[in-house]
Design a protein around this ligand. Sequence first.
Ligand code: AMP
Length: 458
Amino acid sequence: MNRSPFEQLQLIPPLLAAVADLGYEKPTPVQEQGIPLVLAGRDLMAGAQTGTGKTAVFALPILQRLAPLASASASPARHPVRALILTPTRELAIQVEESFRGYGKHLPLRSAVVYGGADMDAQIRQLRKGVEILVATPGRLLDHVRNRTVMFGQVSVLTLDEADRMLDMGFLPDIKRILALLPPVRQNLMFSATFPEEIRTLARTLLRDPAEIQIAARNAPAELVSHVLHPVAREKKRELLAYLVQTRGLRQVLVFTGTRIGANRLAHQLRRDHIHADAIHGDRTQAERLAALEDFKAGKTTVLVATDVASRGLDIEGLPQVINFDIPRSPEDYVHRIGRTGRAGLTGEAISLVAPEDAEALAAVERLIKRRIERVLVPGFEPRAGSVAGLMGSRRARGERRGPATSEPRRPAADPIFSKPYEPVQAPAAVPEKKPELQPARRRERQVAALLGGGKRS
Ligand code: AMP
């Protein structure tokens, strides 16, 4: 029997018809892995970002689960909220509810979306009629709870979509309030692109024996991305970044930092170094983020400094370089970050600035990507010899594995971490004929000092 790929997932005919109407030919990787787990009633923690097809991972099984409970009755009492989906932003809420409508078009189930900044009355009218599937941003949902327009007694599935972004936006207290109102026995699904510690903590309290799946960023053809790391003292990272941008003539660089404050400060300092830089993070409004992104895409901004969460959904074709100013604490973020370059078959470069303090995080990244990232020393920016020796020595002393399994030969003992001196690589976007002059080191240092205004700034 020749069954279509979606039939093999054991979806019911109304859902198969809907995905066929939408023109889907086969499930995406996250759908292939996730849909059977959710259909089986498992709790799920999924590492996948928007664009991977993750909405269908919860929407299709939720619709399938609720299909037998669909009612043709007009009575609101016959349409209690049975599935609740929380999202961080109104845009995502609208998009998710549209997906439910698309996937559920052949089923008599009702859905609604509520979010802040919009007229409460229209939402109240819709909720009063009864809906089985409710997509909401947390704050506005609590407004409706206080207003008694919504009851949760029949909720059997809860989904947290873009959970990391919800926490980043400060929704944790609201989420906890909502959780306390739900029936204790229910299926819980959590989708997050990153897994910082607070997400893991939430997952531990929320999920029962969860299945876990992890999908790399869309179009992250790691083989098209070259990875390099520059060892550098932490306090010299910013100077090194400015140096790389200026000497290599980089034109469009996405730089990742671990914190919002760090992102802001770095963008500010780069501007003082006469580099067009802007920051994009959770403290900026949607309009500000869009404006920053437009300027970056249009080439008005050379460096866009982003936090992991704010960079979600940034779709910039052909981005030549991604620079990790901080090594991400969760190694999956490294994969998401480099997914921003090397897209659409173009080659990209992932550059990491690594201080001795970052050794552990780096080891975790290398284990995950199963390769040793090439170390390239930039003269004038080396960390002190002592700290480098300490970095290597301490790991050896603890008997830890030195990075991932690799086919590369071991480096000679004399210089175990740095494989070779810095040779500036011509960036894909840089002007080809003008190779930056880099030697001798002293002269370069003076040039850098001049570029930086002569003084050291923190
Ligand atoms: P999502 O990550 O759920 O926001 O989905 C991203 C986009 O991919 C949406 O426009 C979906 O309609 C589309 N999509 C989801 N699943 C599939 C599929 N199996 N085949 C083709 N397109 C899909």
